[in-house]
Design a protein around this ligand. Structure first.
Ligand code: ATP
Length: 258
């Protein structure tokens, strides 16, 4: 087996988690891990199950944008059944888990860009997507999608060249994806166990955000707003101070930062 194998056993053997990653559904090629994860979640598959693809053909970003995941990427979705009160923290949790695992395995330094990007030297190395379905009293399910650019050269993909980087580009060599995945799953579980009190997750996420204090342009579906990204609230929304002194609360789902 190649040293970069993503077989379920390479991921799960000796993985010290209680539930995250204990079951892995592996696909060589898939439209999107989110779609399979949603189907499995609706069927009630075990919490913590991971859907992973060697290659995604129709990876999704937010707002129906596409996420490129060529061979050499990590593209995975994690199925959770959290309480509704935990939902706002899931994007923060996923971003932190990705940032921590990249840093621990590679020694590279990451930054977070509100609301959902992990950057290295200002370029996007990881994207996060959280999709949830809410039931009457509890979340029916939540799916955390994480895409990480690992072993490919961004130069081979002109459409993301200006905005993206990969771990191999930063390190000058390939690294075993399975190391990042195993660390990522352990971090997700550790952060999940902190969820009943979301405060530490919110605080670490806020501390790592490079967006705060910066001048930003925010595109909503109806307008372009400019101002200083003043702070983030516990629900993950961004507070934008505009030139006229007014403050606007921006909900992540509706906007793109430029
Ligand atoms: P932005 O980062 O522009 O504010 P966003 O956070 O909403 O947008 P996502 O929805 O997370 O972006 O991701 C989709 C966007 O990311 C695409 O429009 C494209 O520009 C970029 N992209 C797509 N694939 C990759 C990749 N593998 N690595 C880095 N960036 C990518």
């Amino acid at each position: 087996m190649s040293k970069d194998s993503l077989s379920p056993s390479a991921i799960t053997t000796g993985l010290g988690t209680r539930f995250v990653g204990q079951r892995v559904l592996y696909y060589p090629k898939l439209s999107s891990t989110m779609d399979i994860a949603r189907k499995e979640a609706r069927r009630g598959i075990a919490e913590g199950t991971v859907v992973i693809a060697e290659e995604q053909t129709v990876g999704r970003g937010r707002l129906k944008r596409t996420w490129l995941s060529p061979q050499g990427s990590i593209a995975l979705s994690i199925i959770l059944y959290p309480r509704i009160s935990y939902l706002p923290y899931l994007v923060m949790l996923a971003a932190l888990a990705a940032a921590r695992s990249i840093e621990k395995v590679t020694g590279l330094k990451t930054q977070l860009k509100w609301p959902n990007d992990v950057l290295i030297n200002g370029k996007k190395v990881c994207g996060i997507l959280v999709e949830t379905e809410v039931g009457e009293n509890s979340a029916a399910y939540a799916i955390i999608g994480i895409g990480i650019n690992v072993n490919f050269k961004v130069a081979d993909f002109p459409e993301i060249l200006d905005v993206a980087t990969s771990l191999a580009d930063e390190l000058g060599r390939d690294i075993p994806r399975v190391k990042i995945i195993r660390q990522l799953l352990a971090e997700v579980e550790e952060l999940c166990s902190a969820l009943p009190d979301g405060e530490p997750i919110y605080q670490e996420w806020r501390k790592r955000l490079i967006t705060l204090g910066r001048k930003v342009q925010v595109r909503t579906s109806t307008a372009i707003l400019e101002g200083i990204a003043e702070s983030v609230a516990r629900d993950g929304s961004l507070l934008l101070r505009q030139a006229d002194g007014s403050q606007t609360r921006i909900v992540a789902g509706d906007v793109t930062l430029r």
